[in-house]
Design a protein around this ligand. Structure first.
Ligand code: NOJ
Length: 557
């Protein structure tokens, strides 16, 4: 085993580092039941730690939820915050996992789902059983204000569920409505109750004591709702029922700032710990407003940009304007909720291994890993794994099964396909029947095949990650967009302590002749890395021709 790596013992690792998101159901199944598990992830730490050629070299793993869950929302409905779902392993397995990761210099981040629990959580069971018992006020309960003309009970206000329908569900047992931002099986916890607040902060403390290095906070900006539960004002919206109201009162309440400060205090009790908040349906300005040292916020700008240098340039400029030089952003191209970016950036007929789609995936990886900000990779993006094609009628994803003209939804199963480790049945993911099918091209697009190919997407990720790690200007520098004279080329300079890095990315499938920014007096731009053959230590002339879909990184010397 390699010695712990010094990079992740830096207190600022959460800024400079790279986080790798694992969707545990789909990473590696060690038991043959078709679902991934902790022991399976441990089998593949070599792929992640960067100790050997062909290994990525990431700084932290973020595990999507591994708590016991009835899986109405695949782990995002937690039935016990302090246990491990037996399908993934035991608490002892988890402790072994944390030790193994730490031994390799990898941090471990857990996904904390604190806005809502599962309806099967004992807290909710107790809460629905009595209006006066100790858990009565742990969720958001209200009487019905009356009946409609058709005799149906009216909900307490007009709030909607993100997963379709009203945000209120009637509970016969208690004879009241309870609120759910997501599924009825995910009742929202009442953060205004001091007992709830204490219990949830104790959950945070317990996992920190168990050695966890930080948390991804699921939909943290929804924790508080308006105390008086006022209805949202209506508006004309074009994106289905959700957009027909301004979400003024069901999220982003002022009380959140004080809670975040308290939460950070708890996390900061132990050095080097961090959180990254998932901003739910919010603006870039809101994302920036919630940033604080040791607390990153996702803004997801790059999750929706189309394949165009101009669109990326605009998104980067918007982000930099909102965050300013002091706040530290995050960079994300894919996650478990969105289509995989290798599919988003696909070209008809270009999906074969080594085709145009893969060339674009390499350019995208260069953006992700050289832009200012903490980079988040999503498992299997390093082999440019594509979306699965799963019709809504066969979806596991609950909102996909309810999709309609008024409630538009995409099927999130598409992004959750099993990781293709090798060829053959099960693709090295499982010896059994995988819970979702492997991608149809898994026999040729897999980790084993790409590890043996120096021109593969995987090999490119490895080279980029190494360069980022070894080059302070790339992991910590300030950033400035430059105009290279071709609208299909995205270009920016990173600077720190007198050092400079230049990133040139040709989004077009044709060569591009560009102006190279003038280097600091007395220095030249020396090529550190390119997707295309370039001479060792080649320097850049004032005008350079980039190959089609070339990503080139140079540093001053
Ligand atoms: C955001 C998570 O990313 C998503 O997967 C989940 O369905 C909702 N939060 C509800 O927890």
């Amino acid at each position: 085993m390699s010695p712990p790596d010094s990079r992740s013992s830096q207190p600022e690792w959460w800024r400079t580092g790279v986080v790798y998101q694992i969707y545990p159901r789909s990473f590696r199944d060690s038991t043959g039941d078709g679902l991934g598990d902790l022991a399976g992830i441990m089998e593949h730490l070599d792929h992640l730690d960067g100790a050997r050629p062909g290994s990525l070299g990431i700084d932290a793993i973020w595990l999507s939820p591994i708590y016991p869950s009835p899986d109405f929302d695949f782990g995002y409905d937690v039935a016990d915050y302090l246990e491990i779902d037996p399908r993934y392993g035991t608490l002892d397995d988890f402790q072994r996992f944390v030790e193994a990761c730490h031994g390799r210099g990898i941090k471990v981040l857990l996904d904390l789902v604190l806005n809502h629990s599962s309806h099967r959580h004992p807290w909710f069971q107790a809460s629905r059983s009595s209006r006066t018992g100790p858990y009565a006020d742990w969720y958001i309960w209200r009487d019905s204000p009356g009946r409609t003309l058709l005799g149906r009970r009216r909900p307490p206000n007009n709030w909607r569920s993100w997963f379709g329908g009203s945000a209120w569900a009637w509970d016969e047992a208690r004879g009241q409505f309870y609120m759910h931002t997501f599924l009825p099986e995910q009742p929202d916890l009442n953060w205004r109750n001091p007992d709830v607040r204490k219990a949830l902060l104790d959950v945070v403390r317990t996992w920190l004591e168990r050695g966890v290095d930080g948390f991804r906070l699921d939909v943290f900006n929804v924790f508080f709702k308006d105390a008086a539960l006022r209805s949202n004002p209506r508006q004309v919206g074009r994106r289905g029922v959700w957009s027909w109201q301004r979400h003024l009162h069901d999220r982003n309440q002022p009380e959140l700032n004080e809670l975040l400060a308290e939460l950070r205090g708890v996390v900061d009790e132990q050095p080097g710990r961090m959180t990254v908040g998932e901003l739910f349906d919010g603006s870039i300005a809101q994302a920036a407003s919630y940033f604080a040292p040791q607390h990153l916020v996702f803004d997801f700008l790059f999750i929706t940009v189309p394949w165009s240098a101009a669109a990326f340039r605009k998104a980067i400029a918007t982000r930099e304007a909102a965050f300013g030089p002091e706040r530290w952003p995050t960079n994300v191209l894919s996650n478990h909720d969105q289509p995989r970016h290798a599919s988003r950036f696909e070209v008809a007929g270009g999906s074969g291994v080594g085709g145009v789609g893969d060339a674009r995936a390499k350019v995208a990886a260069a953006v992700l890993l050289t832009l200012r900000g903490t980079a988040f990779l999503y498992y299997a993006e390093e082999i440019a794994q594509r979306n699965l094609v799963v019709p809504n009628s066969e979806a596991f994803d609950p909102p996909a099964r309810r999709a309609s003209l008024l409630f538009r939804w995409w099927n999130r199963d598409q992004a959750r396909g099993p990781m293709a480790w090798g060829g053959g049945p099960g693709g090295g993911f499982t010896t059994g029947k995988p819970w979702l099918p492997l991608p149809p091209d898994a026999d040729v697009r897999n980790v084993r095949a790409q590890a043996a190919d120096p021109e593969s997407v995987l090999a490119w990720y490895g080279r980029l990650l190494r360069l980022r790690r070894d080059t302070p200007v790339l992991h910590a520098g300030a950033q400035e967009l430059v105009e290279p004279g071709d609208r299909d080329v995205l270009a920016y300079i990173r600077r720190i302590d007198g050092a400079a890095g230049l990133v040139l990315l040709n989004f077009a499938s044709r060569p591009a002749i560009i102006r190279v920014p003038v280097p600091t007096t007395g220095r030249t731009w020396r090529i550190s890395l390119s997707t295309h053959p370039r001479g060792p230590d080649e320097t850049l002339a004032p005008s350079v021709t980039l190959a089609p879909l070339e990503a080139l990184i140079a540093t001053e010397s």
